[in-house]
Write a protein that binds this ligand. Structure first.
Ligand code: ZN
Length: 368
């Protein structure tokens, strides 16, 4: 769950919600506004869709139940290395090609421009005569500095680079590549939030890993939430979430519960990583989200080769929801029939068995 923008999925529906509650709220909202059509930022940029007004949907506001539409004033004719810049009332927003935009009274039109794929950027660079720092630099919250480096390359005019201290000129980490130095400068703060200098993987890596089932899983969860009549169980603090999770891990006799903390900012979605454990946003202090993130931890131990929302993940998630959230097998069947996802039934059975007959499986089985 990488940012606060909603995505258009493979079959045209919106996805990328940080919780099933958000997805449900979005479905209701669209149903109540028949004048609005959901299209991708790519279609907007290419000019194939146009209408009376264009809105972005703010996922955070959606989660809080406040009005989530932000009107776009104008779209930029330039792209930013494959991203779509749009002018808002306050400043520029940069959309990924599959981010969601809503068009009022939409018309289809002919393509007026082409949005290219992003260019590959090097993972590390040295400063030198063809690469010079320019403009302001900002301190990264975890240490070091982010700056814009001008490349003199016509297509990729600027790189955002991170360096541990102000004197280093060699082997700088590249965070992103941009079409103009202006775009790069505008996006420095955004990169500072997403980039972690401590991460072992290169910053490009997360774009390469294909988590093909992710949006499908969110839609499946939204459906399962609805058909099971799930009763929400909010917690009033991160500590309360951790206590709840501890009881789940103890119950399943699962060793090494991940740390539970807060996300760095309110706009970050709840997520799980090996490095930081479970990070919950203020909207993620709820049983379903806690179980979803726990399923990432457990599935990662059982099937480390699978992408984040692969079949093993769904198997674990469903088993946890059946055990702790009042979801019944027939609800799972129905949601699977209406919003199909790949599920590893062996993993599901194994996890269910663990909670109903804990003596059959020792805790060490789940140790990484
Ligand atoms: Zn997830």
């Amino acid at each position: 769950m990488d940012n606060d923008t909603l995505k258009i999925g493979g079959d045209g529906a919106a996805g990328g919600f940080s919780s099933s509650g958000q997805a449900i709220m979005f479905e209701r909202l669209l149903a109540s506004r028949r004048d609005l059509s959901a299209v991708s930022a790519r279609e907007l940029h290419e000019g194939t869709c146009w209408g009376d007004a264009v809105y972005l949907v703010d996922a955070l506001s959606l989660g809080m139940g406040v009005h989530p539409f932000r009107e776009v004033e104008d779209i930029c004719v330039r792209h930013d290395n494959g991203d779509v810049p749009v002018y808002m009332h306050r400043g520029t927003r940069f959309l990924a090609p599959d981010d969601l935009v809503l068009i009022q009274n939409m018309n289809r039109d002919v393509k007026v421009r082409h949005l290219p794929d992003p260019l590959e950027v090097p993972s590390r660079v040295d400063l030198g005569d063809r690469l010079e720092l320019t403009g302001e630099e900002i301190a990264h919250p975890e240490g070091g500095y982010l700056s814009v480096a001008e490349t003199f390359d016509l297509e990729l005019r600027a790189l955002v680079v991170w360096r541990r201290d102000r004197r280093s000129r060699l082997d700088l980490r590249v965070v992103a590549g941009h079409s103009t130095t202006g775009f790069a400068a505008e996006r420095l703060a955004e990169h500072a939030l997403r980039f972690s200098p401590g991460a072992a993987a290169s910053p490009r890596k997360r774009y390469r890993e294909r988590d093909v089932q992710r949006d499908r899983v969110y839609r499946f969860e939204a459906r399962l939430d609805a058909v099971s009549g799930y009763s929400h169980m909010p917690f009033d603090s991160t500590e309360a979430c951790a206590e709840y999770l501890a009881s789940v891990y103890a119950d399943g006799r699962i060793a090494r519960m991940p740390a539970v903390g807060k996300t760095r900012s309110d706009s970050e979605h709840s997520h799980f990583s090996l490095r930081h454990g479970i990070r919950l946003s203020v909207y993620g202090h709820e049983r379903w989200t806690v179980l979803h993130e726990a399923a990432h931890d457990i599935a990662g131990r059982i099937a480390p080769q699978e992408a984040g929302h692969g079949p093993a993940f769904v198997g674990v998630l469903v088993a946890l929801l059946e055990t702790y959230a009042g979801v019944r097998p027939e609800h799972v069947e129905q949601a699977l029939a209406e919003r199909p996802v790949k599920i590893d039934q062996t993993v599901r059975g194994k996890i269910l068995g663990r909670f109903s007959a804990p003596e059959a499986s020792p805790a060490s089985e789940f140790a990484p």
